[in-house]
Design a protein around this ligand. Structure first.
Ligand SMILES: Nc1nc2c(c(=O)[nH]1)N[C@H]1C(S)=C(S)[C@@H](COP(=O)(O)OP(=O)(O)OC[C@H]3O[C@@H](n4cnc5c(=O)[nH]c(N)nc54)[C@H](O)[C@@H]3O)O[C@H]1N2
Ligand SMILES: Nc1nc2c(c(=O)[nH]1)N[C@H]1C(S)=C(S)[C@@H](COP(=O)(O)OP(=O)(O)OC[C@H]3O[C@@H](n4cnc5c(=O)[nH]c(N)nc54)[C@H](O)[C@@H]3O)O[C@H]1N2
Ligand code: SF4
Ligand SMILES: [Mo]
Length: 709
């Protein structure tokens, strides 16, 4: 037999355990096949109870991303006008020197707050993701960046009602008898949860989808309830009205585990199904049926999607929905309750990662959602933002008021650095572009916002070109700035060791060493077949109960979303009982269609938005219109149309379909401007205004008109 060391390298195939890095609730465990030092295939780990062997269309060709000819492999300096995408290769030393010089110059003349980091969840890894640059920017004294694109309003509302609980185990959904999927296109956005729902359905559960769009998930459900965007709060209040007036409450659960019931009864007294029908467009009888079925099926489960928060009253919508399970005692049983973000089960050591103590008290906070305004000066900032450092994000595609963002990024006096894999729409405006490693080339460890598994990502191959991980990028920047604080120079191993609170009870039996063996582990929580976390109440609220009447009096942003800023300004007082806030934009704007811009099936936000396979699957930027609305405007499928309002416009391919509710237009987000017909995409028309709680975005609170080009 040939000894292993005698086999030529070219014949050696190994499998490396990895984790999908994307901002997706599924956080799949991946197996990477490596041959001859190259990654040749990625697969889902068949032994992982959530991944079950499958990845998704966004990721199953990940090696193509790593070896794409479009990869940025060396630092680049801009040679053409901003936006032109013309660059020359420079060395890392030149890039770092130029960045440090420009940062020092703006600090000298305007102070450190003139530098603003912009980052989000290009990778969700604990090492390279959300918090990777935070200690550096705190040390620098840069503007604190508030990052509330995603679930911030929902988290505020949820915490105000039932506390920051991880809620039910997602696998428990197999035990549910009634599942409401509320504003979530699960088969596209949370694919690996779907088999548990399908299994419940096979066992007799009824699956209901509440969504303006009859999408893949709605088609697979038993009942699709089309709703006007932004009116879900009215539906939830009316469900409570029916449940209370028809005596369907779980009296004992309400008595023992809730506060504010009597006030809630008063609050929903006039919230009749007829009233809600006016708001939502759902017939009153359907609202009654939904409330009755929900209250009398046991266990009943609600899965809320992130999109539920994206309108003026998004926070109160989540407040109202979060009251429902306690009202009917759904939490009593395994498979009953509410599924929002299982993230809270993960004892991530955010403080050790972010180092908020490095931050100077009173450092200003600017929300990234307002970046277009911050850069163009429409938002008055003293000092103005003169230097921008973008990593893990593509703001030109994902932020509203896209034209303002483009104008801001084009400012000649703005110094912009972008670290990414490819020349994104944003990177094309950079002065310096830095090459970033992909997940196959970096160490990481992953929490999940969709399940209770922790996953280790071991690099499968050496970095292509001169790409570096984000951790290495910030070590290099720290050196260039002359910062010697030990926390800025931690090795990946040191950060890994600090990443989790390994002594937390959920971590019993899980160590870095064990993860190196197994790749992943389920947090040490009861089995999904036995786990009913709030059967006996025990909500992590001040009262320990579901708070129909919230004891949290002021609006707030979950600190994690603002670099754990030590500047805790209490927000505006909030009505402590759930209430209905209608959409902000109405037909009075002069624009008759309500535009929503949910996720694309084949992209993850804008990631993969320039990859050939994914572009083929996704197709062009489109807009879906109801036949009635299309006919009124003389639009047929396959025509190019202009979607516009006072904020901007984009050109899209019309798709006329009964799958969308009348009066609603749907155009998925994620297409790059570079690949769009008119150099602009759906965020050109979306508003900058926040929802009621947690500074959530209002992407679904947009009015537009559509016409043939
Ligand atoms: N394929 C794919 N998967 C993804 C992502 C991606 O970009 N692509 N992104 C990931 C990220 S970051 C996130 S946050 C999640 C989000 O995943 P989801 O929570 O599923 O969010 P969306 O796809 O934005 O919207 C879901 C549904 O909400 C509907 N909707 C919009 N407004 C309203 C409303 O006011 N009321 C109701 N009832 N429904 C409404 C839309 O029609 C859409 O079908 O997906 C993750 N997974
Ligand atoms: N209209 C509309 N707009 C939306 C939404 C919507 O539903 N509708 N959804 C909002 C939501 S929920 C979210 S989460 C945000 C998402 O906003 P972003 O997190 O900004 O999402 P992406 O567009 O995917 O940008 C991530 C970028 O990071 C890069 N990247 C990935 N890995 C690495 C790495 O290791 N290092 C570096 N340096 N870069 C890396 C990717 O290549 C990509 O260019 O968008 C928001 N915007
Ligand atoms: S994007 Fe989501 S579903 Fe797709 S492989 Fe990654 S974690 Fe899994
Ligand atoms: Mo998101």
């Amino acid at each position: 037999m040939t000894a292993i060391e005698d086999i030529p390298l070219t014949d050696v195939t190994t499998t490396v355990r990895a984790a999908c890095p994307h901002d997706c609730p599924d956080t799949c465990a991946m197996l990477v096949t490596v041959a001859d030092g190259k990654a040749v295939e990625v697969r889902g780990d068949p032994d992982h109870p959530f991944t079950r062997g499958g990845l998704c269309v966004k990721v199953n060709n990940y090696p193509e991303k790593t070896y794409s000819p479009d990869r940025v492999l060396h630092p680049l300096r801009r040679t053409g006008p901003k936006g032109s995408g013309r660059f020359e290769r420079i060395t890392w030393d030149e890039a770092l020197t130029e960045i440090a010089d420009r940062f020092r110059a703006t600090i000298d003349s305007h102070g450190p707050e003139s530098i603003m980091p912009v980052s989000y969840l290009g990778t969700q890894g604990i090492l390279n993701g959300l918090s990777v640059g935070d200690p550096f920017f705190h040390r620098l004294g840069a503007t604190v960046t508030e990052r509330t694109y995603c679930d911030s309003g929902s988290c505020t509302a949820y915490s105000m009602t039932i506390g920051a609980t991880a809620g039910v185990a997602p696998e428990s959904l197999v035990h549910s008898r009634y599942i409401i999927i509320w504003a979530c296109n699960m088969i596209s956005t949370n694919l690996h949860l779907w088999p548990f729902v399908a299994e419940a359905q096979k066992r007799g559960a009824k699956v209901v989808v509440i969504d303006p769009m009859r999408h893949r998930t709605a088609k697979a459900a038993d009942w699709h309830i089309p709703i006007r965007p932004g009116t879900d709060g009215a539906l939830a209040l009316a469900m409570m009205h029916v449940i209370i007036t028809e005596g369907l409450t779980d009296e004992a659960y309400v008595r023992d585990h809730t506060v504010g019931y009597d006030e809630l009864v008063e609050r929903v007294r006039d919230r009749t199904p007829e009233w809600a029908a006016e708001q939502t467009g759902i017939p009153a009888e359907d609202i009654r049926t939904l409330a009755r079925e929900y209250a009398t099926s046991s266990p009943s489960m609600i899965r809320i999607g992130v999109a539920i928060e994206r309108h003026a009253g998004g926070g109160q919508t989540v407040r109202a929905i979060s009251c429902l399970p306690a009202l009917v005692g759904a939490w009593r049983e395994v498979g009953g309750g509410l599924l929002q973000l299982p993230l809270w089960a993960h004892p991530v050591n955010w403080g050790a990662l972010i180092h908020p103590e490095l931050q100077k008290t009173g450092t200003r906070v600017v929300n990234q959602y307002l970046l277009g305004r911050a850069l163009t000066g429409e938002m008055e900032l003293d000092p103005p933002v003169n230097a921008l450092m973008v990593y893990n994000s593509n703001p030109l595609v994902v932020c509203p008021e896209q034209d303002k963002m483009a104008a801001g990024l084009a400012r000649e006096d703005l110094f912009t650095v972008v670290s990414d894999h490819v020349l994104t729409d944003t990177a094309r405006y950079a002065d310096i572009v830095l090459p970033a490693t992909t997940q196959l080339e970096q160490h990481d460890i992953m929490f999940s916002w969709g399940h209770f598994y922790i996953t280790l990502n071991t690099p499968a191959v050496a970095p292509e070109g001169e790409a570096v991980s984000n951790t290495e990028l910030f070590r290099r920047l720290s050196t260039a700035m002359g910062f010697t604080d030990p926390c800025l120079h931690r090795t990946d191993e040191e950060i890994l060791a600090e990443s989790y609170d390994w002594s937390a009870p959920q971590m019993a039996g899980i160590t870095l060493e064990s993860l190196r063996e197994t790749g992943w582990a389920r947090l040490n929580l009861p089995s999904p077949d036995e786990y009913a976390p709030h059967a006996e109440g025990n909500f992590p609220t001040p009262s320990g109960k579901t708070e129909f009447r919230s004891s949290i009096e002021n609006n707030f942003v979950v600190p994690l979303f603002r670099q754990l800023s030590n500047d805790h300004q209490p927000g505006q007082p909030v009505d402590p009982l759930p209430h209905y806030i209608p959409p902000r934009e109405t037909a009075d704007t002069g624009y008759r269609l309500n535009l929503i811009s949910p996720k694309s099936h084949a992209y993850v936000n804008s990631s993969a938005g320039d990859q050939d396979k994914q572009k083929r699957v996704q197709g062009e930027q489109k807009v879906v219109l109801h036949p009635q609305d299309a006919q009124e405007r003389g639009i047929t499928s396959g025509q190019y149309v202009r979607v516009f309002n006072d904020r901007g416009q984009f050109v899209a391919l019309a798709e006329v379909s009964e799958d969308i509710a009348p009066g609603v237009a749907m155009s998925p987000m994620g297409t790059w401007r570079k690949n769009a017909k008119d150099d602009s995409t759906v965020n050109a028309v979306n508003p900058f205004r926040f929802a009621d709680l947690g500074n959530a975005p209002t992407f679904s609170d947009t009015r537009v008109e559509v016409e043939v080009v």
